[in-house]
Write a protein that binds this ligand. Structure first.
Ligand code: NAD
Ligand code: UDP
Length: 311
């Protein structure tokens, strides 16, 4: 697995290990942490996925390495683009050389600020090629392109999953995403930072649901087309703030900040394809998932800057 020390990757590692798999991880720890990794992984490469060391053959490569939080992927946009594109080419080469199955983690960002709602896989998107989010959006679009061309040209056994906003325990409290920001702010008695007027929407998927979808996408005999994985429940950012207030059981202040450039207005996956081809749909409602995430954040306080408990 590439990116196994990150939020999603570490949960996927746990799940694979619990199913009896042997798991090696390649990660450069740019946004992931050693403390996320289960001790039972067989081998860890601390390397850049865009310049990997010689690797042994694997049956299945889960390719997740890439920063996912907007502040993190915009901090070094050139590195983000290189990770998304050159890193994916490197894993495609591994898959070609060793005839491994390859699952590529793509994103709902490939739909940009969508003009179709909800988003089906057949929608081509509405993406600014030269904006602040483009390093990630266009990087992931190019990753999908080159992966699909490798499949056509070399017959790679490829799966592309388009992941929508995912949250849950073990998120980095400082990664800048809305769920981690809001929960950290609520627990530290800071105002919730709402960008814009909070009327933009997202669809939030609990991480255990996402992991199940990824495992199924890796397991089915074939999956030619990209598949959306996300929770079709749609909430505005204002509604998310209200829900968190109910969960923590006390009033939370709001602080309104400017909306970042190109921030998508709406997001909601059409998951018909995942239902049909993977028999998958998410099960954890937002409220239950937020409760579990708050509990996890509370258990890690007081935290050091890397999100690990400091005591
Ligand atoms: P994350 O930042 O927590 O994890 C990413 C991991 O990749 C980290 O461990 C990081 O150190 C590693 N990494 C980054 N660049 C690397 C490089 N050049 N070489 C080696 N390792 C590198 O992010 P996440 O939320 O776990 O996301 C994992 C994957 O899922 C990403 O590909 C992301 O684009 C995709 N995704 C996530 C979400 C979400 O809501 N979490 C949504 C859409 C797509
Ligand atoms: N957002 C917010 N406050 C924050 C962080 C994010 O209002 O402290 C907004 C952000 O502008 C976006 C939404 O929440 O509209 C989701 O942001 P996130 O960074 O989690 O993911 P993405 O924009 O990639 O979907």
């Amino acid at each position: 697995m590439t990116g196994g020390a990150g939020f999603v990757g570490s949960h996927l590692c746990d799940s694979l290990l619990s199913h009896g798999a042997t798991v090696d991880v390649l990660d450069n720890f740019s946004t992931g942490f050693a403390h996320n990794l289960p001790p039972k992984i067989r081998r860890l490469w601390k390397e850049d996925v865009a310049a990997p060391p010689p690797l042994p053959p694997y049956d299945l490569i889960f390719h997740l390495a890439c920063p996912a939080s907007p502040p993190r992927y915009q901090a070094d946009p050139v590195a983000t683009f290189q990770t998304a594109v050159i890193g994916t080419v490197a894993m495609l080469e591994e898959a070609r050389r060793h005839r491994s199955r390859l699952l590529v983690a793509s994103t709902s960002e490939i739909y940009g600020d969508p003009l179709e709602h909800p988003q089906k896989e057949s929608y081509w998107g509405h993406v600014n090629p030269v904006g602040l989010r483009s390093c990630y959006d266009e990087g992931k679009r190019a990753a999908e392109t080159v992966a699909t061309d490798y499949r056509r040209k070399y017959g790679i056994d490829l799966r592309i999953v388009r992941i929508f906003n995912t949250y849950g325990p073990r998120m980095d409290p400082f990664d800048g995403r809305v769920v981690s920001n809001f929960i950290r702010q609520a627990l530290e008695d800071e105002p919730l930072t709402i960008y814009g007027d909070g009327s933009q929407s997202r669809s939030f998927c609990f991480v255990s649901d996402l992991v199940e979808g990824i495992l199924r996408a890796g397991r089915v005999p074939a999956l030619e087309d990209p598949v959306n994985l996300g929770n079709p429940g749609e909430f505005t950012i204002g509604e998310l703030a209200d829900l968190l207030e109910e969960v923590v059981g006390r009033p939370l202040k709001r602080e309104f900040r400017p909306l970042p450039a190109d921030d998508p207005r709406r997001r909601r996956p059409d998951i018909s394809r995942a239902r049909e081809r993977l028999g998958w749909s998410p099960e954890v409602p937002l409220r239950a998932g937020i409760e579990r995430t708050v509990e996890n954040f509370l258990g890690r306080m007081p935290w050091s800057r890397d999100g690990a408990p400091s005591s």
